[in-house]
Design a protein. Sequence first.
Length: 116
Amino acid sequence: VQLQASGGGSVQTGGSLRLACAVSGIRIGAASTGWWRQAPGKQRELVASIINGVNTNYADSVKGRFTISKDNAEDILYLQMNSLKPEDTGAYYCNVFVGGRPWFAWGQGTQVTVSS
């Protein structure tokens, strides 16, 4: 399984970005998937997930600003990020949950930098 995240960049506070994660080697339609981020010097944290292909969950810090979605036909996971804040800065990664935890080797991620 390969996880290829893209779409990151540098934006100012209040800006938007749309991340994409191309998943190969597994179909994500009914899977549980998610986006994680890792800020410099901090642990990787889960920011958004789709459970069993249907139910979405968000970290409190991104609720109302981020939206996770997917294209089942193309096996692409998306993260629409609006009203970005400097604390959203970090490397963003996608993965598939198995047994309640991210299962596959992390891809390279995509860097998001939000300046004030």
